[in-house]
Every structure is written in structure tokens, then in C-alpha cells.
Design a protein around this ligand. Sequence first.
Ligand code: 6GU
Length: 238
Amino acid sequence: MRIDILTLFPEACEPFLSASILGRARQAGHVTIVCHNIRDYSTDPHKKVDDRPFGGGPGMVMMCQPIFDAVETVEKIDSTPARRLLLCPQGRKLDQRFVEDLARSPRLMLIAGHYEGFDDRVRDGLAVEEVSIGDYVLSGGEAAAMVIADAVVRLMPGALGHDESAVEESFSVPASARDAGEQAVCLEYPQYTRPREFRGMAVPDILLSGDHARIRAWRAEQAMKRTQDRRPDLLGGS
Ligand code: 6GU
């Protein structure tokens, strides 16, 4: 998979993209991620990328020209057509199902804006899908681009080191439900590591029992209990 990130702040993105699982996945060749500075595509003598809104109002609006040229030029770097995602609070809200769909695409282009938003002709003229990462407002799309890149890349085969971890955890369909063809999603069961006791808190005995069938059943029950307690909405309830 290839991910192109269009941003005014590539230097803010690079360190995140080079750390941990993402950094390793890039080095191992599971994914190619390239950041592009939208400002480099401005034809303005002062490399201007934003301007005051027509009709008045506060703040600045991202201009069409640098974004159109950036998208069209970066698109041509590779022959694979990119799924273009415009990051903005008005977009379709990201969830694990959406992430899984994005992970099937051979190429993503993440377009991060800043200031008060994009000239609306970016939406009409560039065949973008608008994506939001939640119901709150960020000052720019970079953090959202990092969220999407992280969530997608960790689903690439081999990216996590061992492939079961991606499917058994919070928000992925549990193996039992997948086998049954159900659409249920669950939060993750509680996890523990050494020591067996810490500040008087003991690890549940069952996890030390070596009885893998009972451990599996306990985890499934705990995951369901947690989901019922904390996120009943995930179970189709209230
Ligand atoms: Cl994708 N962009 C901005 N600026 N704010 C957001 C967002 C994106 N998703 C949630 N809030």
C-alpha cells in the first residue's frame, strides 16, 4: 500500500510516521508513506496557500490552486489511482469498519487542511471523500491523518509482527462472531503481565491455570461484560 499525505506541516507528521509500528512497517516495506508540503505547489510568489473568505468572517480559507496542483501532481507519481480523503469535521466519521475498508485500497491520499477550512470547490472539483475522526474540532487535519495512517497500516499483513493481535482486540469482530457471520463488535478483554501481584492486586487465577479453553471462555465473557457496561451502543442497544 502507498499513502501520500498532503499537509502544510510535513515536519509535524514525519516523526510520528517514523516511530513504533508505523516506522517498522515502512522500513519493512509493508507500506510506503510520503508527506508532501502543499505550500511547495503554490504558484504565488510568496507561496501563499490561504486567503480571506469571500463574504467576510473570521480566519483564513485554504485556496484551491495549491491543493488542486498538489493532488494532481502527487497523483501522477504512481500509476495506482489514489482514494482521496479530505480530512475535515464535516466528513464521514471514522470507525474500525471504515478503517478495514480503507486498508483494502492499494493507495490513499490524505489531504490535511488548516485554518478555517477548505475553499468548497476542493470538495466538488477533486472527487474526494470527506473523513472526520470524531465529533470535536482540531486546528488541522494532521492529527487525523496520523490516526488514519496508524489504524490502516497496523492491519497490513506482517505489520504487527503476529497477525492475530489485529483481529482479537477492541472494535474488531471477535473470531467467534466472524465465524458466525455476525456483525458484532466488542471491547477488548483485560490483559495482565508480570508480576502476578502488584500493590496487593493479583492477576486473575484463571489466567495462570494453563487451561486455554477456559481462558478463552473467560476472555470472551469479560469482553462482552465490558462492552455491555461501557459501550452498550456497540451491541446495538441504547
Ligand atoms: Cl479530519 N479535521 C479537523 N480539522 N477537525 C476534526 C477532524 C478532522 N475530525 C474531527 N475533528
